[in-house]
Design a protein around this ligand. Structure first.
Ligand SMILES: Cc1cc2nc3c(=O)[nH]c(=O)nc-3n(C[C@H](O)[C@H](O)[C@H](O)COP(=O)(O)O)c2cc1C
Ligand SMILES: CCCCC(=O)C(=O)O
Length: 350
C-alpha cells in the first residue's frame, strides 16, 4: 500500500477534514455570512501583499516568541476561539488544548466550547488558556462564567464584540444546522440543572466593558474591532489588547479583509497596547505580513479545526508546527532575526 503522506501545508488539512466531517458540520466550520465575500477577502488580501526581503543581514538565531497581556507564547500564532470542537473530533477542546500547550502557544477557549473550561485546563496542565466571552445581558450569569474562567486558570478574557446578533449564514440555514446533536452542549453555559442558550444581545455597550473590567483583575482583550475610532475608544475603556477581526467573515458580510483593516487600527492604538489579528492566516508568510504591518501576534480559527477533524491532537499539533516552521523560514529568507524586527517596509501591495 502506498503510505499516506502527512499534509505538508495547512491548506491540505481542509480536504482531509472535509472527507471526515458530515457535510452540514463541514459547512458550519467553513462557511460565513451572506455571500461569503468577507470570508474570501480575508485570504485574498494576504495574496495581494508582497514581501520584500533584505539580504546579507547575518541574522543567525531566530526569535519567534511574543509576550502578551495573558502571558508568553513561543510562537506568534494563537489558537482563536472557535465553537463546538467535539463536532470535529470526539476529544474536542481537550485535544486542541494539548496541542496548543505542546506548541507553547495560547489557546483561547470559546464560551461555546463543548468541553467545560475546567476540563480543558485539566487536559493540558501547563498550557496557557484565555477565555472568550460573549457578555450576557444577565450580568450575574456573566459574572459566574468569569469566575469559572478565573478558577480554571485562564489568564485573560477575550470579549467578542462583533456579535450583537448572530451572523446570517446561508449554508447553515440551508442545512437546517441550528443546534448541537444530542449528547453535546455548550458546557460553559451550564447553570445548575440547565444549559442556557448563548445570547448575542444588541444591548451590549461600552458600559458593559467597564462593568466587566470592574468584575475581574484579568486583562480584557476586545475581539472584533474593525474601526480605528473603536480602537481609540477601547483604549479609553482600559482594554489590555485590541484584536482586529471580522470573525472570519461569519458576522457582517462585506466587512473589509482583516489585514487591510490592520494599519489604521495600529495607527490609532499608537503602541499603547498590543494589537492582535485573525482572519485568513494560512501560511507563515501571512503571519509575517500581519506582524510587519503592526500586529503583535495573530490567531488561526479554521486551520485548527481542520487539523482537529483530520487527526485530533496530532492534526492540530501538525498545523501549529507547520505554521511555526514557516514563520521561521520566512524570517530567514526576509533577513529578519526576530518577529519584533518586522517592519511595514518589508511589505508592499502587489
Ligand atoms: C467554526 C467557527 C467557530 C467560531 N466560534 C467563535 C466563538 O465561539 N467565539 C468567537 O469569538 N469567535 C469565533 N469564531 C471566530 C474565530 O475566533 C476567528 O475570528 C476566525 O475563525 C478567524 O478566521 P480564520 O478562520 O480565517 O482563521 C469562530 C470561527 C469559526 C470558523
Ligand atoms: C453560539 C456559538 C457561536 C459560535 C460562533 O461565534 C461562530 O460560529 O462563529
Amino acid at each position: 500500500m502506498t503510505p499516506v503522506r502527512a499534509p505538508s501545508a495547512v491548506r491540505e488539512f481542509e480536504a482531509a477534514a472535509r472527507a471526515r466531517l458530515l457535510p452540514a458540520h463541514y459547512d458550519y466550520f467553513a462557511g460565513g455570512a451572506g455571500e461569503e465575500i468577507t470570508v474570501r477577502a480575508n485570504e485574498a488580501a494576504f495574496a495581494r501583499l508582497a514581501l520584500l526581503p533584505r539580504v546579507l543581514r547575518g541574522t543567525g538565531k531566530l526569535q519567534t516568541g511574543v509576550t502578551l497581556p495573558g502571558g508568553r507564547a513561543a510562537m506568534p500564532v494563537l489558537v482563536a476561539p472557535t465553537a463546538f470542537h467535539r463536532l470535529a473530533h470526539p476529544e474536542g477542546e481537550r485535544a486542541t488544548a494539548r496541542a496548543a500547550a505542546a506548541a507553547e502557544t495560547v489557546m483561547v477557549v470559546s464560551m461555546a466550547a463543548t468541553v467545560a473550561v475546567e476540563d480543558v485546563a485539566a487536559a493540558a496542565p501547563g498550557g496557557t488558556l484565555w477565555f472568550q466571552l460573549y457578555i450576557q445581558p444577565d450580568l450575574a450569569f456573566t459574572e459566574a462564567i468569569v469566575r469559572r474562567a478565573e478558577a480554571a486558570g485562564c489568564t485573560a478574557l477575550v470579549v467578542t464584540v462583533d456579535s450583537p446578533a448572530r451572523g446570517r449564514r446561508d449554508r447553515d440555514q440551508h442545512n437546517g444546522f441550528d443546534d448541537l446533536p444530542d449528547g453535546m452542549c455548550c458546557e460553559n453555559l451550564r447553570d445548575g440543572d440547565r444549559v442556557r442558550p448563548i445570547v448575542m444581545s444588541p444591548e451590549i455597550s461600552w458600559r458593559h466593558v467597564d462593568l466587566l473590567r470592574r468584575m475581574t483583575e484579568l486583562p480584557v482583550v476586545l475581539k472584533g474591532v474593525t474601526h480605528p475610532d473603536d480602537a481609540r475608544l477601547a483604549l479609553d475603556h482600559g482594554v489590555a489588547a485590541v484584536w482586529v477581526s471580522n470573525h472570519g467573515g461569519r458576522q457582517l458580510d462585506t466587512v473589509p479583509a482583516a489585514v487591510d483593516l490592520l494599519p489604521e487600527v495600529v495607527a490609532a492604538v499608537g503602541g499603547a497596547v498590543p494589537v492582535l489579528l485573525d482572519g485568513g492566516i494560512r501560511r507563515g508568510t501571512d503571519v509575517v505580513k500581519a506582524m510587519a504591518l503592526g500586529a503583535s501576534a495573530v490567531a488561526v480559527g479554521r486551520p485548527v479545526i481542520w487539523g482537529l477533524a483530520a487527526d485530533g491532537e496530532r492534526g492540530v499539533a501538525r498545523v501549529l508546527g507547520l505554521l511555526h516552521d514557516e514563520v521561521e523560514h520566512a524570517l530567514t529568507l526576509l533577513g529578519v532575526a526576530s518577529v519584533h524586527d518586522l517592519r511595514p517596509g518589508l511589505v508592499r501591495p502587489c
